[in-house]
Design a protein around this ligand. Sequence first.
Ligand SMILES: Cc1cc2nc3c(=O)[nH]c(=O)nc-3n(C[C@H](O)[C@H](O)[C@H](O)COP(=O)(O)OP(=O)(O)OC[C@H]3O[C@@H](n4cnc5c(N)ncnc54)[C@H](O)[C@@H]3O)c2cc1C
Length: 416
Amino acid sequence: MVERAVDHLIVGGGAAGFACARTLREEGAEGSIVVVSRDPDPPYDRTACSKGYLHGSQSRADTLLAPPAWWDEQEVELLTRTSALKLDPAAKTVRLSTKDTLRYRTLLLATGANVRRLRLDGSDLEGIHYLRALGNADAIRRDVEDVERVVLVGGSYIATEVAATLTALGKRCALVMQEEVTLERGFGARAGRFFQDVLEQHGVEIHAGQDVERLEGAGGRVTAVVTAAGTRIPAEAVVVGAGVVPDVMLAQRAGLELGERGGVKTDAALRTSAPDVFAAGDICEYDSVVHGGDPLRIEHWDVAEQHGRTAARAMLGHRVTHDVVPYFFSDLADWSSMEYVGPARSWSEEVVRGSVAEGAFTLFYLDGGRVAAALSVGRGEDLEAARTLIARHADLSDRRAELADLSTDLSALAGA
Ligand SMILES: Cc1cc2nc3c(=O)[nH]c(=O)nc-3n(C[C@H](O)[C@H](O)[C@H](O)COP(=O)(O)OP(=O)(O)OC[C@H]3O[C@@H](n4cnc5c(N)ncnc54)[C@H](O)[C@@H]3O)c2cc1C
């Protein structure tokens, strides 16, 4: 067993961990940086797993967040296929699966999330897939090669994106979900209906408002998804997108404080309850100044990256506050793309700017007259002003018509 000292230790080689390593160097960190990741791959764009990489239009190399030479050039040590097994915050050490122990000056926990698995009759049949990593996308591609019918379980962005990508690859896709309309939990029924229409227009069959009760199989392989209402949807392969659970095991075992949303609790500078230990990305439940200091945990790519940047500056002793308005994007093949800033935890009304029917709109989500979030399809130019309106908690109770009016200069409205 070797024990060695590291200035900045990062556990997790995803969006947050990589952004932290890069920002540390950009900010002039001269000490040693080690990134520990149990992934077999160097940090890559996980969002491609349901989009270009699954489709085959993006190669593995295309998904890498840094070219292979970057690590040596930047003197950042990357340990792939390596797990952090035990954190001792008092001794400031992390024990690795290689049996080495690293003593850190500052530590970032960015362990991401694991997929939520179905625990139903038949859920261990062959042909049932989950999607979190490039390896899962490879397995799906191999498995659907010779099949015609794929069933997606879930009504959120993973299931809808995979339905679109596999349909674009020539598969017949059916999607079964508890929601009445796709994506409605995060974005409401109006936006959800728009995306569901796009899917249906491209031939995706939707089974809404249904609980999956069991999976049927023959010869050990899945043949159908059966719902509680008795609908039997034939399936030669199934991809489940039933949400994720933050991977807080390391933090929890070390006695770090967790938040009410199941993440690792941090303050607005992403500091955890343990000295010199920070958290970022999907595991991080931080006090969001954009949301009046309320705790926020959110599983978005850009949020993980932005957290990584903030954490790096905090690790270098800068006074920081994570005050970025969270941003999310999703693509349905090359049929439709959305961008979203928010999130709105609740809203009482929606104001449409543009035309939903024509597929060029921004939907503003207002809570008590204040802009809580905005979703854009084909009107990305509205988002910068939307961010400002959200950050400023602008009261537009008397200005809804202006918000909706395409001739209004939104940046002037945001600055008003
Ligand atoms: C298929 C798919 C599509 C997505 N599409 C979108 C999208 O379109 N838009 C969007 O905003 N978001 C999207 N997301 C979500 C986004 O990818 C995540 O929010 C983001 O990757 C989170 O980054 P992270 O760094 O927190 O965690 P992760 O990317 O999950 O990285 C966690 C890292 O920690 C490592 N790790 C965990 N535990 C240990 C340990 N004990 N020891 C060592 N290493 C460990 C893992 O191996 C991994 O490297 C998508 C996610 C998936 C799965």
